[in-house]
Design a protein around this ligand. Sequence first.
Ligand SMILES: Nc1ncnc2c1ncn2[C@@H]1O[C@H](COP(=O)(O)OP(=O)(O)OP(=O)(O)O)[C@@H](O)[C@H]1O
Ligand SMILES: Cc1cn([C@H]2C[C@H](O)[C@@H](COP(=O)(O)O)O2)c(=O)[nH]c1=O
Length: 212
Amino acid sequence: MTSMYPGFFISFEGIDGAGKSTHLESFQRLMQERYPDREVVMTREPGGTPLGEQLRALLLDAPMNLETEALLMFAARREHIAQVIEPALKAGKIVISDRFTDASFAYQGGGRGLSLDKLNQLERWVQGGANGLLLQPNLTILFDLPGEIAEARRSKARAPDKFEKMDLNFFEKVRQEYLRRAKEDPSRFHLVDATKTPDLIWNELSHLKFKI
Ligand SMILES: Nc1ncnc2c1ncn2[C@@H]1O[C@H](COP(=O)(O)OP(=O)(O)OP(=O)(O)O)[C@@H](O)[C@H]1O
Ligand SMILES: Cc1cn([C@H]2C[C@H](O)[C@@H](COP(=O)(O)O)O2)c(=O)[nH]c1=O
């Protein structure tokens, strides 16, 4: 929970090609127009800091052991929280992150099979505050799309990175873990049916109601 801070934390999630990036900039503009007194910070994971971006390059390219991958994701996240997210939330800013911890549960957990117990331990270590509360987004917008549609969209868009080269079975497991987490925490998640057209999705996002 981030209600311990005056800021507001929003994450965008979904399998690769589900359509997050298509709406991120417009969403940032919308937030800035809606809350002119608040600074809106746009960031991403893995990444968001100079060290995090170096780790991103490794994570998206180099083959590595599953535990190493999870540890590097959370190492980049710890730096991201310390350098960017927490200072911004403490200063009352709105933080929009292209992915956060749900992606680790979905990709390293659901997709690759890392145990939930290990992921929960890492989450507590990296996001746990002195008061025992976990730093979590206030709102997570999950773009939900069947793997085969996402694959077709990706193949038109760009050369695949390490994750994007994974097969449909992997992405179906990633998707199911995202959906499981959304079901577990419905007050945090807003589920977008990403099979809709970009216009319809934007209409939905621009009418989202939440209290900042
Ligand atoms: N609703 C939509 N309908 C059809 N095509 C879409 C839709 N949204 C996005 N696209 C197209 O699908 C491709 C992937 O979209 P986008 O880059 O936004 O996905 P993404 O979720 O950000 O992927 P990644 O997480 O891998 O960066 C792009 O070519 C984009 O134009
Ligand atoms: C945060 C995070 C990300 N990933 C994966 C998910 C994507 O395949 C890439 C990031 O690429 P994007 O185009 O910027 O979405 O990294 C992951 O496996 N685990 C994570 O914790």
